[in-house]
Design a protein around this ligand. Structure first.
Ligand SMILES: *Cc1c(COP(=O)(O)O)cnc(C)c1O
Length: 240
């Protein structure tokens, strides 16, 4: 079995190659290791191999890992769907949240963010595939939500995030990344101070980087297939 150090190195090479191929610098792209379902020990292996940013989807699982690994200065990002009764523990334990898609959640995260911590770094999740079941604000409502988040005292709006529909059709996949990029450019033109486009996963990091991704969220290509089945009640929210 490949070690995490070697899979991580491969992913970093893929990122660098994709950057060069699109005329970008490799260091413009940050790798977030999506560690859901993988135990703390695997996260630690990745840390020892140089990875410092990790993303988690399920709060309970994440809190256990954060506690177990509290001696490591890991930067934890929350990337999963958010129920409103979970905002307090998310606001207390994470540096970033990528999956804000409604005002109520933004309000609560700002209210629950301890004043002793820096503002919570926020991406707005956009539904770029138009599928009814998927998380994310509709593209039409992004500007309104961005204006709202920008005014909340304990939040810092950084950019946009998407989980496009998985498709083997490269053109369709790219068009979804392109749509997120266009929304991002539009917001910047409108005066929002943004620097983050969170898009691209194990299967599609190259087209995402070609369309301007600044954070790619990669799980399987680092940790291998997920460790255990995703709980059924959560599976409804999981898109892949
Ligand atoms: C699991 C997950 C990823 C990583 O997906 P892989 O296909 O395993 O690379 C990225 N983003 C989100 C929101 C996820 O839930």
């Amino acid at each position: 079995m490949a070690t995490i150090a070697s899979t991580l190195q491969n992913v970093n090479k893929r990122i660098a190659a994709a950057a060069i191929n699109s005329g970008r610098q490799p260091d413009e792209i940050i790798l977030l290791a999506a560690s859901k379902t993988n135990p703390a020990e695997q996260v630690k292996q990745a840390w020892l191999a140089g990875q410092t940013i990790f993303g988690e989807n399920y709060l309970q699982e994440a809190l256990e890992k954060i506690l177990t690994l509290s001696d490591l200065p890991i930067e934890w990002h929350f990337i999963g769907p958010i129920q409103s009764n979970k905002t307090k523990r998310i606001a207390e334990n994470f540096a970033w949240v990528h999956s804000v898609d409604r005002k109520k959640i933004a309000d609560r995260l700002s209210r629950d963010r301890p004043k002793t911590l820096p503002p919570l770094q926020i991406c707005i999740q956009v539904n770029v595939s138009g599928e009814g079941t998927k998380s994310g604000v509709s593209p039409k409502l992004v500007t309104d939500l961005a204006a709202y988040v920008e005014k909340l005292p304990q939040l810092k709006l950084r950019g946009l995030m998407a989980v496009p529909e998985l498709t083997t059709a490269t053109a369709l996949q790219r068009s979804q990344f392109h749509m997120l990029r266009s929304l991002y450019d539009q917001l910047k033109q409108d005066g929002f101070d943004l620097d983050t486009l969170s898009m691209g996963m194990s299967e599609d990091m190259e087209p995402a980087i070609a369309e301007g991704a600044t954070i790619v969220r990669v799980g399987t290509a680092i940790f291998g297939p997920r460790r255990y089945p995703i709980p059924e009640e959560l599976a409804a929210h999981v898109t892949r």
